[in-house]
Design a protein around this ligand. Structure first.
Ligand SMILES: Cc1cc2nc3c(=O)[nH]c(=O)nc-3n(C[C@H](O)[C@H](O)[C@H](O)COP(=O)(O)OP(=O)(O)OC[C@H]3O[C@@H](n4cnc5c(N)ncnc54)[C@H](O)[C@@H]3O)c2cc1C
Length: 385
């Protein structure tokens, strides 16, 4: 008999887990409070301001799940280079050619990634149910786990929490988190550029916080602007024309004239679940870890969770085997923690104007840019390998 898997949350990570486990033979049900019509989203010309830099590892997972084929027919944009700048200082340039690759990854709207995975549900027998209330209790015994709502219950062999950073399921299971709220937030700005297709994504580290340029399918691009929350809140009241003036002052290297199309503010938090599994319950994606978006790694780590979980569960008779779920946790925890810590070291080390640190990081950028093997290692890590 097929193992039953219930996944709460059909975002990018929950949807990937659903397709992957269904392909491995499980009977999967996704519980989602905002279900989507995948085809309508894929056909929608409206650009999503939420965009992710998808690395090569994630691309290969999306390829395997059948999603990449659909995405390539939409508005994806490959990037070949990634550059990090110190303010008025040295820069560190990563190029796909350094590791004999055609590209480093793709910039893709989040809603398209999610929809390309939802489009695989029917073919793989994944069921979707809309839930409009929060779950009330989790009950486990040796053979199964049951998720209760006020009016319905779902019994499964394995329950997956993929319900995002605030994860109601994680809270219901009393799994705590360690982390903090950064003092800054970031503003995402969708711009329409008067320039040919761009292939380099870059970040500039300023004392006031980093800024980043993410080239989407021309003529669009996404700008990320870190600032203290108060300044950003005031900026959100600016008209698009006024915001453009501020951007021109702050972003030194945009490739052409542009208009501001949309803006949104995202709070920043670092959060790590104290455990990734509890009996037959397991956490994936942002439900397990929320990382500073500085290097665009959040959903990439979530896709790595999915791949690791699938590997630990492959050919098991009982997908809720707590030993296998602990093995998944061991595999992923250290990797996620290392990436979070590396992001914080960059974020705190670069976002200030302290002279000795400035000299040190200029030195680091210079050495790193010239050190071939070290650069290759970092690059391979960023690509998810
Ligand atoms: C500004 C910014 C830029 C970023 N850039 C990048 C990038 O370039 N690259 C990258 O890899 N990552 C990036 N990230 C991180 C990335 O967006 C997240 O890691 C990713 O969205 C997490 O996916 P998820 O599926 O785990 O969670 P979510 O996207 O939060 O999805 C959770 C899903 O669960 C549903 N849900 C929630 N609660 C319930 C409930 N009670 N019942 C049923 N359903 C529920 C929601 O509707 C949603 O569909 C960025 C983040 C930010 C803020």
């Amino acid at each position: 008999m097929k193992n039953k898997v219930v996944i709460v949350g059909g975002g990018m990570v929950g949807a990937a887990a659903a397709v992957q486990l269904a392909k491995q033979g499980a009977q999967v049900t996704v519980l989602e409070h905002s279900p989507i019509d995948a085809q309508a989203v894929l056909d929608d010309p409206q650009i999503d301001i939420r965009v992710s830099a998808i690395n090569r590892f994630s691309e290969s997972l999306l390829e395997k799940l059948g999603a990449m084929r659909l995405l390539k027919a939409t508005r994806v944009a490959p990037y070949y280079q990634l550059e990090a700048y110190e303010q008025l200082g040295n820069s560190l340039l990563f190029d796909a050619a350094d590791v004999s690759q055609t590209h480093l990854g793709h910039l893709i709207e989040n809603k398209l990634i999610q929809a390309s995975l939802w489009a695989q549900f029917a073919e793989n027998g994944v069921a979707v149910e809309t839930v409009d209330t929060l779950p009330t209790a989790i009950e486990q015994n040796l053979d199964s786990i049951t998720l209760h709502y006020a009016d319905k219950s779902y019994q499964a062999d394995l329950l997956i929490a993929a319900d995002g950073g605030r994860s109601p399921l994680r809270a219901l299971a009393n799994i705590g988190v360690t982390g903090w709220q950064y003092q800054q937030s970031c503003m995402g700005v969708l711009i329409k550029l008067d320039a040919p297709q761009q292939y380099k994504t870059w970040q500039q580290f300023k004392p006031s916080g980093p800024i980043a340029f993410l080239p989407m399918r021309a003529p669009y691009a996404n700008l990320i602007w870190y600032q203290d929350a108060q300044t950003l809140a005031a900026m959100s009241d600016l008209s698009n024309k006024q915001l453009k003036e501020r951007i021109v002052e702050h972003f030194f290297e945009l490739p052409g004239d542009f208009s501001v199309e949309q803006k949104a503010i995202f709070p920043l938090a670092r959060q790590h679940a104290n455990q990734y599994s509890q009996g037959r319950l397991v956490l994936v994606g942002d439900a397990a870890h929320t990382i500073n978006p500085l290097a665009g790694q959040g959903v990439n780590l979530g896709f790595k969770d999915v791949a690791a979980l699938a590997e630990c569960l492959e050919e098991l008779e009982d997908l809720g085997d707590s030993k296998a779920l602990k093995q998944y946790e061991r595999k992923r925890r250290a990797d996620n923690l290392a990436m979070m810590s590396m992001m914080d070291a960059c974020y705190f080390g670069f976002s200030n104007d302290i002279t000795p640190l400035k000299l040190l990081r200029n030195g680091i950028l210079k050495i790193a840019d010239q050190a071939g093997p070290l650069k290759r290692k970092v690059l391979e890590h960023a690509m998810g390998w």
